[in-house]
Design a protein around this ligand. Structure first.
Ligand code: 3PG
Ligand code: MG
Length: 398
């Protein structure tokens, strides 16, 4: 578990007339050339505005998608992001296609460099590439919490080479909120982890068990736990090869005096579709041709009570197929229970944020993280490499 962290902060620097390079995570969904969800862009706005107000010449870096390096692709261009950001900021945001050899930017202007992942060596954190980026600025601001778990040239590498490397306000806020939930939680600490596969979240579940008082699993993950408890899951998405792991996790939870509850009822369908008819079943009554797509109403009440009793809540992943109307009730119940609770609540991950939006509880969640993978890695207790780089820079000047 990372302890409280020390690094330099953008807020403490005089930025007037400086070339300030800010790494944001503007990796947002884009469809037909338009940004379809701008939560990450809006989260970056206060940082960008602060730099502008302080008289900086602002150079923004971000990735989008996972393009092949060394090659431009229209699909992964940041052009739609530049346009959207410009609308939110109320000033021009110039997209610069080739930028490694120099950027013309005046105080008060914003330049968005084209997708950092078009550069060869970004993902492998090539030292020469990182140095080149570092040479373009007076001060580097790491503000991309959502990408802080990637040791790449525009996150970790440039932070090691820039004249000065500091944390941006968004990154600081994210780390403060996570520390509050994970390092100094008001108990009981409840984690709700949903999603389709145990395999992708096994290490998170395992390390969470050492910290939380209660762990609620949902979605395909819960199906594997239902099977582990000895109930039939029919055609449900689940991972038979992980049933033993799930059983071991349940035993460990009990040994620690905690619990991983199994749903008492579920909502099933015969097909995975928006139109499929929904049936409520006791957990031991799922037939061979049915698949579990949500928790049932009794379980929703039971889990909502657990939520109501929690002092701190960490939420990642829906408990059902909330995108389909007939299978949204479980996730809605959880979202509303978290919204009603007086606990310190923190949510992260793309699906979770979509659910929070859909059920209109964003104002009621204490902190909504912009991180997906980064959020989970922090919760797992891993050190985020880009944050580590800032800490090392801080140590070396003390
Ligand atoms: C994310 O969306 O989780 C971050 O932007 C990181 O993207 P990546 O998983 O492609 O590195
Ligand atoms: Mg991702």
């Amino acid at each position: 578990m990372p302890e409280d962290m020390d690094f330099l902060r953008m807020e403490d620097f005089d930025l007037a007339g400086k070339r300030v390079m800010i790494r944001e995570d503007l990796n947002v969904p884009v469809s037909h050339g338009k940004v379809t969800s701008d939560a990450r862009i809006r989260a970056a706005l206060p940082t960008i505005r602060m730099a502008l107000e302080r008289g900086a010449a602002v150079i923004l870096l971000s990735h989008l998608g996972r393009p092949v390096e060394g090659q431009f692709s229209e699909e992964d261009s940041l052009a739609p992001v530049a346009e959207h950001l410009s609308g939110l900021l109320g000033q021009a945001v110039r997209l610069q296609p080739d930028w490694l050899d120099g950027i013309e930017v005046q105080a008060g202007e914003v330049v968005l460099c084209e997708n950092v992942r078009f550069n060869k060596g970004e993902k492998s954190n090539d030292g020469a590439l990182a140095e080149k980026m570092a040479g373009l600025c007076d001060l580097f601001v790491m503000d991309a919490f959502g990408t802080a778990h990637r040791a790449q040239a525009s996150t970790e590498g440039v932070a090691r080479h820039a004249p000065i490397a500091v944390a941006g306000p968004l990154l600081s806020r994210e780390l403060d909120a996570l520390a509050k939930a994970m390092l100094h939680p008001v108990r009981p600490l409840l984690a709700i982890v949903g999603g389709s596969k145990v395999s992708t979240k096994l290490t998170v579940l395992s390390s969470l068990l050492n910290k939380v008082d209660e762990l609620i699993v949902g979605g395909g993950i819960a199906n594997t736990f239902i099977a582990a408890a000895g109930y039939p899951v029919g055609k449900s998405l689940y991972e038979p090869e992980l049933v033993h792991e799930a059983q071991a996790l349940i035993r460990r939870a009990h040994d620690n005096g905690g619990n991983i509850p199994i749903p008492v009822d579920v909502v099933v369908a015969k097909a995975f579709s928006e139109e499929a008819e929904a049936y409520v079943r006791n957990v031991d009554e799922v037939s061979e041709d049915e698949m579990i797509l949500d928790i049932g109403p009794l379980t929703a009440v039971e889990y909502s009570e657990t939520v109501a009793g929690a002092g701190t809540i960490i939420w990642n992943g829906p408990v059902g197929v909330f995108e389909f109307r007939n299978f949204a009730a479980g996730t809605r119940a959880m979202a509303e229970a978290i919204g009603r609770s007086g606990a310190f609540s923190i949510a992260g991950g793309g699906d979770t944020l979509a659910a929070i939006d859909q059920f209109g509880v964003s104002e009621e969640i204490s902190y909504i993280s912009t991180g997906g993978g980064a959020f989970l890695e922090y919760v797992e207790g891993k050190t985020l490499p880009a944050v580590q780089a800032l800490q090392d820079r801080y140590q070396s000047v003390q």
